[in-house]
Design a protein around this ligand. Structure first.
Ligand code: COA
Ligand code: AMP
Length: 638
């Protein structure tokens, strides 16, 4: 590709291109290993090779112990700021190490050891981060499940990960309600085939929970007893290639994909990004407004800032309404964050409520250096608004749960490249990003195609899917041999800037949350009145996209369509969870199909979005499209 600049970025990228192993060997020196890597990459292992195949390490040691040893013990490691409960708390590195080592001892007492899986179903409280690190400390593999998922989704993950232990709290807190976790967890365990040996339950003051006599254990009681007995777990040596965590993400069906992250490569790549992409130095404060249930939360609420010896802000609140659209500015000012990382949807929400950014007044943001946006396309309007009001660089960057860190970004730690609104800028070292046409040939500059990455993937990117190598190969490596298929479509311009325009599969992005329309269709189809259905993501001014379900009812159904539509909305909320934000079910007489029976979802989406569309040549009956348009008009859409 054409590198856009001949200074810091271009030189660094060229250095990686010339010698990828040398590049990562050097980056690996920032990590403290137990057995340092002699081999950097082994192309013969795994689906495309493995990084640091002979090294051993402990991620928790690098995130906590080494900083305490090196004199950062008194520095805040984590600040919990919770407008939803009206509380704030700070934990120094020494305090956090104490909490984590104690909890890790409790996990060991409950029989958890190296390689065992532990599911975390936790809200945005410090104990969520302690639990992740406690697992890392003893070589257990954590799998965090986002609190907005329903019992059935949790059950699917329990069956796939087969955890020995589940860690939870009695509730999460949303502005409108207290979300009681324990009934959801109990229901999930009932639904699942696999049963964990124990659940460790943290009682929060906002909700009590009844405890299962033999299965459940009280978090505070056990950690208090361990503290009183001076019990602490030491760091366990693990292979660099051992999994640190499994994080489930939406696939094209209702069955999520268990993305595996290894210990060694993850540390090396995250450390590199803290310096070169985010430019957050040891001792500085990073505020990532996401959730520990998402990859952004894993990488930049927990691991990235702590590996760097920085301070992380764990924020239990929303961008608006807790209490106002100045919430982020208050947090940045109060905790002196140098960087904020969030999803564009949060900025659309703030702008909608405070277009003049009046709530900025009175907050001192003089130390604030950059805003980072990811999770969905940063629309140029929102990006420009953020630049105007914050007067700092606004960095769109593109990545996926699968990669664990950025693929295409603007590496301000190296140099700030000129921003082209709508583009996350350029590929970072490790990523040879290409745009291919349907035949797998390079697409000309500026022409839309499939965005792919030449193998091997760099350290941190997934080596496989949890216990499903065949699905890994089929999902990512088969469509374009020799390349990782990102399932994003876009183009690369003549300057080498990458533009990511949308997914090529059935994944939609609602408020920065990745959701499967296939999964929603499975739920709709399970309703006894539904003959067939199609779910598409349609444009939404705030959330980017929202799901819209078109359903055809079985003949002879006597219930009113309005009643069925209400039941369908409730069913998706019950089976997938509130995070699906499924509010729109539309009854239609027929679905538009090709003559071979394929539902024309892309055309339906265009009609709903009010966009021009070409009549598909293979359509069975063009009149159906008019019917879809009318149904949408009836709801003020299209
Ligand atoms: N536990 C339980 N329920 C949750 C939840 C959680 N952790 N997170 C969200 N929900 C619920 C919400 O309460 C909402 O429920 P409702 O239908 O009863 O209102 C539903 O899930 C949808 O949530 P969301 O899509 O987040 O919409 P919202 O209206 O609550 O908030 C924004 C909209 C833009 C303020 C919010 O999405 C936001 O802050 N986004 C920031 C970006 C972000 O975190 N992205 C993650 C990847 S970086
Ligand atoms: P997730 O795995 O939840 O992080 O979602 C990854 C998907 O979100 C990507 O495949 C993209 O479709 C989308 N995405 C994330 N960041 C961006 C971005 N900066 N620009 C465009 N799309 C993005």
């Amino acid at each position: 590709m054409n590198a856009p600049h001949a200074s810091g970025y271009a030189e660094t990228y060229a250095r990686w291109q010339a010698d990828p192993e040398g590049f990562w060997a050097q980056a690996a020196q920032a990590v403290e290993w137990i057995k340092p890597p002699k081999a950097i990459f082994d192309a013969t292992q795994g689906a495309y090779g493995r990084w640091f195949p002979d090294a051993s390490c402990n991620t928790c040691f690098n995130a906590l112990d080494r900083h305490v040893r090196d004199g950062r013990g008194a520095q805040p490691a984590l600040i919990h700021d919770s407008p939803l409960t009206g509380t704030k708390a700070a934990f120094s590195y020494a305090e956090m190490l104490d909490e984590v080592a104690t909890l890790a001892a409790v996990l060991q007492d409950l029989g958890v050891g190296r390689g065992d899986r532990v599911i975390l179903y936790m809200p945005m409280i410090p104990e969520a981060a302690f639990a992740m690190l406690a697992c890392a400390r003893i070589g257990a593999v954590h799998s965090v499940v986002f609190g907005g998922f329903a019992a059935k989704e949790l059950a699917t993950r329990i069956d796939d990960a087969t955890p020995k232990l589940i860690l939870t709290a009695t509730c999460g807190i949303e502005p409108s309600r207290v979300v009681e976790y324990k009934p959801l967890l109990d229901a999930a365990i009932d639904l699942a085939q696999h049963k964990p040996q124990h659940c460790l339950v943290l009682q929060r003051p906002q909700a009590d929970a009844s405890m299962h006599v033999t299965r459940d254990r009280n978090w505070r009681t056990l950690t208090a007893a361990a503290k009183a007995a001076g019990r602490k777990a030491e760091c366990v040596e693990v292979a660099a290639t051992d999994p640190l965590y499994v994080l489930y993400t939406s696939g094209t069906t209702g069955r999520p994909k268990g993305v595996v992250r290894d210990n060694g490569g993850h540390m090396v790549a995250l450390k590199w990004t803290m310096d070169n992409l985010y430019d957050v130095k040891p001792g500085e404060v990073m505020f990532t407004a996401s959730d520990v249930g998402w990859v952004v939360g894993h990488s930049y609420i927990v691991y990235g800032p702590l590996l760097q010896g920085a301070t992380t802000v764990l924020y239990e609140g929303k961008p608006v309404g807790t209490p106002d659209p100045g919430a982020f500015w208050r947090v940045i000012a109060e905790h002196k964050a140098v960087a904020l990382f969030t999803a564009p949807t949060a900025f659309r929400a703030i702008r909608k409520e405070d277009p003049q950014a009046k709530h900025l007044a009175g907050h001192d943001l003089s130390h604030f250096r950059a805003l980072f946006l990811a999770g969905e396309r940063a629309d140029p309007d929102t990006l420009k608004w953020a630049e105007e009001v914050l007067k700092v660089p606004v960095i769109d960057h593109w990545w996926q749960t699968e990669t664990g860190s950025c693929i295409v970004g603007n590496p301000i730690g190296l140099e700030l490249l000129p921003v082209k609104p709508g583009s996350p800028t350029v590929p970072l070292p490790g990523y040879d990003v290409q745009c291919l046409d349907e035949g797998g040939r390079p697409a000309p500059a500026g022409t839309m195609g499939a965005i792919v990455v030449k193998l091997p993937l760099p350290p941190c990117a997934l080596p496989t899917l949890w216990q499903d190598e065949a699905r890994f190969r089929e999902s990512y490596l088969t469509a374009f041999p020799g390349y990782y298929n990102t399932s994003d479509a876009g183009f690369i311009d003549a300057d080498g800037y990458v533009f990511i325009m949308g997914r090529t599969d059935d994944i939609i992005n609602v408020a920065g949350h990745r959701l499967s329309t296939g999964g929603m269709e499975e739920v709709l189809a399970s309703h006894p009145a539904v003959a067939e259905c199609a779910v598409v993501g349609i444009k939404d001014a705030l959330k980017g996209e929202q799901p819209c379900g078109f359903v055809v009812l079985k003949s002879g159904v006597t219930q009113s369509p309005a009643e069925i539509e209400r039941e369908l909305v409730a069913l998706v909320r019950d089976r997938i969870g509130p995070v699906a934000a499924f509010k729109l079910a539309l009854t239609v007489n027929r679905l538009p199909k090709t003559r071979s029976g394929k539902i024309l979802r892309a055309t339906m989406k265009k009609i709903a979005d009010g966009e021009d569309y070409a009549m598909p040549a293979t359509i069975e009956d063009p009149a159906v499209l008019g019917e879809i348009g009318l149904a949408l008009k009836g709801r003020g859409l299209g």
